[in-house]
Ligand binder design. Structure first.
Ligand SMILES: Cc1cc2nc3c(=O)[nH]c(=O)nc-3n(C[C@H](O)[C@H](O)[C@H](O)COP(=O)(O)OP(=O)(O)OC[C@H]3O[C@@H](n4cnc5c(N)ncnc54)[C@H](O)[C@@H]3O)c2cc1C
Length: 459
């Protein structure tokens, strides 16, 4: 207790905003991961405003050998912000400035607490585009999305966060500042340290500034909703579209359960009697839109799509995407808890994954709403559950483990975009070999010898 008091008094002496009441610490000791119970409570929550603030916290954390858990909006779904061994929550919500949008370089320099959707809106005003779009981009931050290598529906055509990080300024575990590159679009100058930090879940360094690549905003965009009478037909249509050398911005998926659940939560005129829907967004020059649409509609018809609708204006476009993005919120209404996942396989194995997950959930008598960025081979099985029901929780755990086994069998990996955090770490060996895991541990030790940066996450 004395040690904790000393930690808090050190922090309060050096930092402008430190929260330390039990209620405040409790509120920041969980993230969007639906856990059965939280394992520990943070010792303090620090709101940083400058790079120097971050360095001060690192110095104090080293002195007290206390973990630092960075926090953007706390919306990750894998327990990446969970406070397993106590520690200091480093809150970036006040470090949220867009420092520069450079039209010549087509880059943006931002602080880590910038909300992703806000950056998108700002660059769009200049005819530019930052494509990574996790479904909750209205709240999640750039720092969190770099740390989780977030993706979203548009990653099919445009890639994920890792494809847009040009340069990072990082406070290391010993307080030094490391820069991973420069404001250049290409960099073949030594090891690609930037890629180590992307997806490292705050375990290797603290991102305090990021330079991000922007691309020209497509002139026009439109979304097609194609409905199918079987899940197999929908999944098989994905490959047929791609085989015709048309490259849509997104190919997303909702199954019947998801359609019905979302429609009750956010009425969007979804056809709730159909077994599955694909959301296919096309973008590009205005003059190419009809051409692309015609080709895709013909393919979808030949793949047994029973109904195809197209958005005609921004209102219709936004409505259908809001419906898709609401799926987890909608699912949360079915039972007291809801969990999601983001397993991913080579696209040729997608049908087997989707049908396999359904079969596993049926076997364990669990409800599941399936959505996913299926163009990438990625599926989000959202499972509503009542954690207070011991038997249901036991069945859920068995189902999850089998879903990961199936993913491994289908040459897939455990996360395409959400990360591993504390939730999936005990399964990572199913898809990452022991030599690779050993090197990950060595890298962690080199970057963070005192194990203070978000310890006991990923592996
Ligand atoms: C409803 C819903 C839908 C979602 N849909 C998608 C989706 O479609 N695609 C997708 O990819 N994800 C999705 N996610 C997951 C989530 O949006 C992402 O993981 C998100 O980008 C995390 O951002 P955040 O600001 O909330 O980060 P947090 O949850 O606060 O933190 C995430 C990780 O980043 C670390 N971190 C935060 N800031 C820093 C920093 N400055 N330096 C170093 N480490 C840092 C934290 O320690 C933690 O390990 C969804 C989540 C929800 C709740």
């Amino acid at each position: 207790m004395l040690m904790k008091n000393k930690l808090i008094s050190d922090l309060k002496k050096e930092l402008p905003c430190v929260l330390d009441t039990l209620e405040e610490r409790y509120a920041y000791s969980q993230d969007a991961t639906n856990l059965r119970q939280i394992s520990n409570i943070a010792d303090a929550v620090v709101f940083v405003e400058t790079v120097e603030d971050v360095q001060r916290v690192v110095k104090i954390a080293n002195k007290h050998k206390t973990p630092i858990i960075c926090r953007g909006a706390g919306t990750n779904v894998v327990g990446a912000c969970s406070v397993v061994h106590g520690g200091i929550i480093l809150n970036f919500s006040k470090m949220n400035k867009i420092l520069e949008i450079n039209r010549d370089n087509m880059t943006a320099i931002v602080e880590p607490g910038v909300v992703l959707g806000d950056l998108q809106k700002e660059v769009e005003k200049l005819g530019l585009f930052y494509p990574p779009d996790p479904s909750n981009l209205a709240v999640s931050t750039i720092g969190g999305s770099i740390a989780q290598s977030s993706g979203g529906a548009k990653s099919f055509k445009y890639g994920t966060t890792k494809d847009y990080v040009v340069d990072l300024k990082v406070v290391m575990a010993n307080g030094e500042i490391l820069r991973t590159g420069a404001n250049t679009i290409k960099n073949a100058t030594g090891y690609n340290l930037g890629s180590l930090f992307v997806g490292s879940e705050g375990t290797l360094g603290i991102v305090v500034e990021a330079t991000l690549k922007l691309i020209p905003m497509p002139e026009s965009r439109k979304v097609l909703s194609a409905y199918f009478d079987t899940v197999e037909d929908a999944v098989n249509a994905v490959n047929s579209v791609i085989e015709q050398r048309i490259y849509p911005a997104t190919i997303d998926f909702m199954d019947k359960n998801a359609l019905q659940t979302v429609e009750k939560f956010y009425p969007a005129n979804l056809l709730t009697d159909k077994e599955a829907m694909l959301l296919i967004e096309i973008d590009g020059f205005e003059c190419s839109m009809n051409y692309q649409e015609n080709i895709i509609v013909n393919i979808l018809k030949s793949c047994k799509a029973c109904e195809i609708q197209a958005s005609h204006n921004d209102e219709e476009y936004n409505k259908i995407w809001t419906a898709r993005r609401s799926s987890m919120g909608a699912c949360a209404r079915l039972k007291p808890n809801v969990t999601t996942d983001d397993v991913i396989v080579p696209r040729e194995n997608l049908a087997e994954l989707v049908l396999g997950i359904r079969a596993i959930c049926e076997k364990y008598n669990l409800d599941v709403c399936m959505v996913g960025h299926v163009g990438d081979g990625s599926v989000h099985p959202q499972i509503p559950i009542d954690y207070s029901n011991e038997d249901e929780y036991r069945r859920y755990k068995l189902a999850k483990s089998e879903i990961y086994d199936l993913t491994a069998k289908l040459d897939g990996i455990l996360s395409g975009e959400h990360g591993i955090g504390s939730e999936k770490r005990k399964h990572i060996h199913k898809v990452v070999n022991s030599v690779a895991l050993d090197y990950m541990r060595k890298i962690k030790k080199t970057f963070d010898p005192n194990n203070i940066l978000n310890p006991y996450k990923i592996f």
